[in-house]
Design a protein around this ligand. Structure first.
Ligand SMILES: Nc1ncnc2c1ncn2[C@@H]1O[C@H](COP(=O)(O)OP(=O)(O)OP(=O)(O)O)[C@@H](O)[C@H]1O
Ligand SMILES: [Mg+2]
Length: 414
């Protein structure tokens, strides 16, 4: 043990105190002070901060050793050993409360005292080390805790931020959704109005037009050859123009009817539709000596009459826009992809120029004159309207001089 331990002796019997000091010094302890009263003991303890106090209990003066020990322990962490002749129960009880490191009853053997001193010093040191370790641990725990709290706070902030961003995103999406819905409704409304207008206009135009063409025909029949030759020519133009206009108006009516006269969708076997289309196109196909073939075709939810119109337009175009020198061939296919069917109508005809591609599906847009290839240019516009009514898309690919392929999709919603 530490041999230079500093010991304060509190003992009012002068001779005894000195002899004790001698003995301890001889054992290598440092004993700088001897005090004789409790008051002095408290004072000296504060001044020299000894490693140990040997405290007599019965002292002259105001306070006894136990009270002095109480006061010392209240302010300093100094181990105390009582040395006393009095070991009655009351004294013991009072002494015990001050948590002494030893209690030696006079007379005692020197060896007994030394063991008590060493034990006290050792115990005190061990306690100190333990306290220090405990404090360090405490600090580490606190550090870790506050570190964790920081991290926690940062995380919390991040969560808040993310929540906020998500909320903002959701709000923006909802707003957009509402705007899209509004725009869609608006568009549907104005579309319906326009369709209604086109329908009424076309319908009402038919009557005066019928009158014009009727009376010009009459004029032609009655006065042909009776007026001069220019007049005959003019009348022929009027008849021709009126007929063309009539066809266009009929086409326009057919176009409006896609939306207004559509039937509810029902299971429609496209094999049967194909056969019907072939019957309708029989004359044209035979005239052109065309070959129209197809892969197996599915059954889909659709408006059967419109499916006929659609395929008839596409196959009709395929055989019509033929190259003079080649047998026209048209092939129809269907392929399931995801939740829709992709149909294709492929021909080996004259093809479509890249510049015209953008006008393909517009009303009355044609790349060739009616003299070259008959028609008014309504077919593909009707096709587009039909496909879109069914929730699909339509487009074309073509290489001028090589042929064209028209594609359209129909959702598979059996
Ligand atoms: N398979 C095709 N090959 C080459 N050109 C085509 C083909 N299909 C359409 N086109 C071009 O697109 C134009 C528009 O086609 P659409 O079917 O709308 O009208 P049309 O066939 O000329 O007349 P209608 O169909 O009213 O009798 C055609 O005039 C033609 O120039
Ligand atoms: Mg056509």
């Amino acid at each position: 043990m530490e041999m230079t331990a500093k010991i304060l002796i509190v003992e009012d019997e002068g001779i005894e105190a000195l002899s004790l000091q001698q003995k301890l010094k001889a054992r290598g302890y440092s004993v700088p002070e001897i005090v004789y009263t409790g008051e002095d003991a408290v004072k000296k303890a504060a001044q020299i901060s000894p490693d140990l106090v040997l405290m007599d209990i019965m002292l002259h003066g105001e306070i006894d050793g136990i009270t002095a020990a109480e006061q010392i322990r209240a302010h300093f962490d100094i181990p105390i050993i009582y040395i006393t002749a009095y070991a009655d129960d009351d004294t013991l009880k009072r002494a015990k409360i001050t948590e002494p490191y030893g209690y030696i009853v006079k007379p005692f053997k020197e060896r007994e005292l030394l063991i008590s001193i060493e034990m006290a010093l050792y115990k005190h040191k061990a306690e100190e080390a333990l306290r220090k370790a405990h404090d360090e641990l405490e600090i580490r725990v606190q550090d870790r805790t506050s570190e964790l709290q920081e991290v926690n706070k940062a995380l919390q902030a991040e969560i808040e931020e993310r929540k906020w961003a998500e909320e903002a995103l959701r709000r923006a999406r909802d707003e957009l959704e509402i705007r899209v819905q509004e725009r869609t409704a608006e568009l549907a409304r104005s579309n319906a109005e326009l369709e209604q207008f086109a329908y009424i206009a076309s319908h009402d135009l038919q009557e005066p037009l019928r009158m014009i063409s009727g009376f010009t025909k009459l004029l032609e029949r009655r006065y042909k050859g009776r007026l001069d030759s220019s007049a005959d020519e003019f009348i022929a133009y009027i008849v021709d123009g009126a007929a063309r206009m009539q066809r266009m108006i009929e086409d326009l009516l057919a176009y409006s009817r896609v939306g207004t006269r559509g039937k509810p969708f029902e299971l429609t076997n496209l094999e049967a539709i194909f056969e019907e289309v072939m019957t309708n196109l029989k004359v044209a196909i035979e005239e052109n000596k065309a070959e129209v073939t197809h892969d197996p075709l599915p059954t889909v939810m659709a408006d059967a009459a419109q499916m006929i119109q659609l395929l008839q337009n596409l196959i009709g175009n395929g055989t019509k826009f033929r190259k003079r020198e080649e047998v026209p061939r048209v092939h129809v296919r269907a392929e399931k992809k995801g939740d829709e069917w992709i149909f294709s109508v492929k021909d080996n005809g004259i093809g479509i120029s890249p510049e015209f591609m953008g006008h393909l599906f517009q009303l009355f847009q044609r790349e060739r004159t009616a003299d070259e290839y008959p028609g008014t240019g309504i077919g593909l516009a009707v096709c587009k309207k039909i496909v879109e009514r069914h929730g699909g898309r339509i487009w074309a690919e073509s290489e001028p001089g090589k042929g064209s392929t028209f594609y359209f999709t129909i959702p598979d919603r059996q």
